[in-house]
Design a protein around this ligand. Structure first.
Ligand SMILES: [Fe+2]
Length: 217
C-alpha cells in the first residue's frame, strides 16, 4: 500500500492503493478527460465524484495518512501516491501536513482538483506579476487566502492561481487528496520565495514510490 518496501506490494505505477472509491475517481477523471476538451470544464465535472470520495470513511490506509520525517518537501510532510498513470498523465495522492507545518510556496503545472479529507488548512494563493521570462525570479502578490475543512475543494487551472502554499491549522495533521493531470511529485516544478523574489527548481518526490529516471518519459 503506502510502503513499497515489501515484495508482495504493488509496483510504483497504477493503483498503489486499490479501493473501489479510488477506481471510481480515476475512471471519472478518464471519462471527463476524454469527453471535455477544456480543463476548466473537466475540474467542474469532477466535483461530484471527488466530493463522494472525500465524504467516504475508511478507504485511506493509515500508512498514507502519516507524516514523513524524511520528506522531500520538509516539515514532516508526507506525499503518498495512491494512483499513478505510467505515462505521467494522471495521479491521485494524499498530502499529510503535520500541525503547524506549511508546504513551501509551490506550483503544480497541471490542472487538477484538491480537497480536504482530515483536519483544516489555511491556503494562500499568489498572483504572479512578472512575465515569467526570468527562470530564477518571480514577483508574487497574495491574491487570496482561505480556510478549508473536510469536504472543501479547490481547483488548479494553470497558469492562473497555480502558485500557493498550505498550512495546517488543526491540532491533528491535515490530510488532503489531490487529483492532478501529471505525475506531480516527479515533475520538475518550482518553489518560490515571495519575499526575495526567488524561484528554485523543485521535485518533491513521493514518500512511497520512486520517480522515473531523468529523461525516461
Ligand atoms: Fe499544492
Amino acid at each position: 500500500m503506502c510502503d513499497l518496501g515489501h515484495p508482495h506490494q504493488h509496483g510504483p505505477f497504477g493503483f498503489l492503493v486499490d479501493t473501489p472509491g479510488i477506481r471510481a475517481i480515476v475512471a471519472e477523471a478518464r471519462r471527463v478527460t476524454a469527453e471535455l476538451a477544456e480543463p476548466a470544464l473537466r475540474v467542474e465535472a469532477l466535483r461530484p465524484a471527488f466530493a463522494t470520495l472525500l465524504a467516504a470513511d475508511g478507504w485511506l490506509p493509515d500508512a498514507c495518512a502519516t507524516p514523513d520525517e524524511t520528506s522531500g518537501m520538509g516539515g514532516g510532510i508526507g506525499q503518498y501516491a495512491l494512483y499513478r498513470a505510467e505515462d505521467g498523465s494522471l495521479c491521485l495522492f494524499s498530502l499529510v501536513v503535520p500541525p503547524g507545518a506549511a508546504t513551501p510556496v509551490h506550483d503544480h503545472l497541471a490542472w487538477g482538483i484538491v480537497g480536504i479529507y482530515r483536519g483544516r488548512q489555511d491556503e494562500t494563493i499568489y498572483r504572479r506579476l512578472d512575465d515569467g521570462s526570468d527562470p530564477d525570479r518571480a514577483t508574487l502578490d497574495v491574491a487570496k487566502r482561505q480556510t478549508l475543512a473536510r469536504g472543501e475543494c479547490y481547483t488548479l487551472l494553470p497558469p492562473a492561481d497555480d502558485i500557493h502554499y498550505v498550512k495546517t491549522i488543526s491540532e491533528e495533521a491535515s490530510v488532503s487528496i489531490h487529483l492532478l493531470a501529471n505525475d506531480t511529485a516527479c515533475v520538475w516544478r518550482h518553489r518560490f520565495d515571495p519575499e526575495k523574489g526567488l524561484v528554485t527548481p523543485f521535485r518533491s518526490g513521493y514518500t512511497n514510490a520512486p520517480c522515473p529516471p531523468e529523461g525516461a518519459r
